[in-house]
Write a protein that binds this ligand. Structure first.
Ligand SMILES: NC(=O)c1ccc[n+]([C@@H]2O[C@H](COP(=O)([O-])OP(=O)(O)OC[C@H]3O[C@@H](n4cnc5c(N)ncnc54)[C@H](OP(=O)(O)O)[C@@H]3O)[C@@H](O)[C@H]2O)c1
Length: 235
């Protein structure tokens, strides 16, 4: 096991989801103490049990990360227990599409903004305050290629992801030179179970694996990426 992150503390929001699990496992493999947020208790229990040898460095908290007060409380708890926050990775997000702008329910528009924009807003605001005090830290927000490629039938999703990239870009400009780095990554379709079910005829070999994307995220959080700041990286 390489120990790039030994002794460090990392928060992975949505850490029991398709991509989140891969990110969490990769950080654990590389020695980090990882705090994940989850919503589904049985999913969390299953994931914790699968972490076996690394489970002692894994903590979970049931938190709605679109709730700013709940996120602030979580970060306070992390600081009390761990005394530091080296990286925050937001993998919370969701997709809704298939309907034209005028056909879509407004509730879907609000849900996309909450999941894909407000989550990163609440998490980044809280994490960056801690990191500025520390004079170091890395924030990675998972957006989507849809932030750049605005396809028909995905207006709310594309708008929410584009806004998330813009927000992180502004935040990066605000913290330049402080030791805190802020980046977005823009995945295309990831090889996950729900995507395989939704598109059974697709060629799954062409889709990036969650583990491959996790490696990019760990790189962005590592010292090797100390000169990468304010980037939105397609994967
Ligand atoms: N999958 C893809 O093909 C793809 C492509 C491009 C971009 N992305 C982006 O990549 C990220 C990860 O995608 P994924 O496929 O891993 O999604 P996922 O499997 O649905 O994982 C997202 C996780 O976030 C959790 N979550 C949702 N709302 C939350 C909230 N309000 N508070 C706390 N946790 C919440 C989900 O919990 P529940 O399971 O309880 O809802 C789930 O565990 C997302 O931002 C997504 O938009 C994915």
């Amino acid at each position: 096991m390489s120990a790039r992150f030994e002794g460090s503390t990392v928060l992975v929001a949505g850490g029991t989801g398709g991509l989140g699990r891969a990110v969490t496992s990769a950080f654990l493999e590389e020695g980090a103490n990882v705090v994940v947020t989850y919503r589904n208790q049985p999913e969390w229990e299953r994931f914790k049990n699968s972490a076996s040898a690394n489970a002692s460095r894994l903590q979970g908290h049931e938190v709605d990360v679109t709730d700013e007060a709940a996120v602030n409380q979580l970060i306070e708890k992390v600081l009390l227990k761990q005394g530091r926050l080296d990286a925050m990775v937001n993998t919370v997000g969701g997709y809704a599409g298939g309907l034209k702008l005028w056909e879509m329910e407004t509730i879907v528009f609000d849900r996309m903004l909450n999941l894909n924009l407000r989550s990163g807003y609440a998490l980044s605001r809280s994490a960056v305050r801690v990191m500025l005090k520390q004079g170091r830290g890395a924030i990675v927000n998972v957006a989507s290629k849809a932030a750049l490629d605005h396809a028909a039938g995905a207006a709310a999703y594309a708008a929410s992801k584009a806004a998330a990239v813009a927000m992180l870009d502004s935040l990066a400009a605000e913290v330049t030179g402080t030791g805190v780095r802020v980046n977005s990554i823009l995945p295309s379709i990831i090889d996950t179970e729900p995507n395989r079910k939704a598109m059974p005829k697709a060629d799954f070999t062409k889709w990036p694996k969650a583990e491959d994307i996790a490696r990019v995220i760990l790189f962005l959080c590592s010292e090797d990426a100390k000169v990468i700041h304010g980037a939105a990286i397609p994967v």
